[in-house]
Design a protein around this ligand. Structure first.
Ligand SMILES: [Zn+2]
Ligand SMILES: [Zn+2]
Length: 373
């Protein structure tokens, strides 16, 4: 009987304990590693609902490289049950992060009324030093520690009922004193176009984070195609120091909801490193249709729309290059206006790659087409 129980126990544990990491497939670019990061989340040590080690295991499962657990300094929802210790969630999570090779960055959320609102400070030595009556002193205490400081959810309806982000004098004060380095362009499921534009105008780092409070699977499910928003950090290596350097150098993009937000200089290589035209040399006979195969190694579905006149060829005006797949683009000679070989540039816009709040990334697919009549 004992043996049977033991076997049942082992089977049970096996069935329930196997964990699977779901990698986020976005290519490395420009000699940098594309690290997938979430720099905003809570545990029971502020107003979250989970234990710190759970955040690490969730992040590993979601394919992340780095996280920061950012407890509210000023809002301790469970203080009747759990002692107020601003560094405690980091200390508890750290051994598990080391075990799973996940970079854990010590952070905290300075939580004030608007203006100036909420700010995350990353790369802290001691989060408890941010516990100050005046918001200016809290941010200064982070800055003194060399922290990377960003403005959280600028258009959050809890502080801006119309969902529109507003820039106040307090933000100018922070910007001018070098204590504002970035902004959440995406928080949870919200996108803030104003913040996106400010990042471009003021050269601030763009971030997209989950701000998760409950168990991650109650809000997202990376295994079912509903991943949390992440900040892509283009770092020299996967270390906290390299992530810090990249954040201060503004080398990030935001990936959420099958959409990429970021500067052209980063989105362009992500597109071209992901796709490959498998047969870029095509021979067309008369008005016959031919197929061009395009593969996509990334997990993103690139949604293309034609962006200009193509004199020589009929091509689809919209099509999707599905993530992890190979698709066919059917082409046909439009007019028999040339004979022989010609290089043809097909201009498209990628609908789900935003380089400004209004502008989509322009890309070119190049074909070498030989026309035989
Ligand atoms: Zn907040
Ligand atoms: Zn938060």
């Amino acid at each position: 009987l004992l043996t049977t129980l033991l076997i049942i126990t082992i089977l049970f544990q096996d069935g329930y304990s196997q964990r699977i990491r779901n990698e986020i497939d976005i290519p490395d670019i420009l000699g940098y590693k594309t690290l997938k990061c979430d720099f905003h989340m809570h545990t029971v040590f502020s107003d979250g609902k989970v234990w710190p080690t759970v955040r690490v295991e969730e992040a590993w499962s979601d394919g992340l490289d780095a996280i920061s657990i950012t407890e509210h300094i000023e809002y301790q929802a469970h203080k009747e049950d759990i002692a107020v210790k601003h560094n405690r969630s980091y200390d508890i999570a750290k051994p598990r992060a080391i075990g799973l090779n996940l970079s854990l960055i010590k952070g905290a959320e300075i939580t004030r009324e608007m203006p100036p609102g909420h700010f995350n400070a990353l790369f802290l030595n001691d989060a408890a030093l941010l516990d100050k009556p005046e918001w200016q002193d809290a941010i200064k205490a982070a800055h003194t520690q060399g922290a990377f400081i960003f403005w959280n959810h600028p258009g959050w309806s809890g502080q801006q009922p119309d969902g529109k982000a507003r820039w106040y004098d307090e933000h100018t004060e922070l910007e001018n004193s070098g204590m504002l380095h970035g902004m959440e362009v995406v928080n949870a499921s919200e996108y803030y176009p104003e913040a996106h534009q400010w990042c471009l105008d003021k050269n601030l780092t763009m971030l997209g984070n989950s701000d998760v409070h409950g168990p991650i699977d109650m809000n997202y499910d990376s295994h079912k195609g509903k991943p949390r928003p992440v900040t892509l950090v283009f770092a020299k290596e996967k270390t906290p120091a390299a992530i810090k350097e990249a954040l201060f150098s503004r080398r990030t993009a935001v990936y959420y909801n099958n959409t990429l937000i970021g500067k052209r200089e980063y989105l362009e290589p992500i597109f071209y490193n992901s796709i490959q035209i498998l047969n870029s040399t095509v021979v067309l006979k008369g008005k016959n249709r031919e197929y061009v195969q395009i593969s996509n190694d990334s997990e993103m579905d690139f949604e293309l729309t034609i962006a200009g006149d193509i004199l020589e060829l009929d091509v689809p005006s919209t099509f999707t290059i599905h993530g992890g797949k190979t698709v066919i683009m059917a082409i046909r000679s439009k007019e028999e206006i040339y004979q022989g070989e010609k290089s043809i540039q097909l201009p498209f816009r990628v609908k789900n790659m935003k380089i400004t709040p209004e502008e989509e990334l322009s890309v070119v697919l190049e074909l070498n087409v030989t026309q035989n009549n």
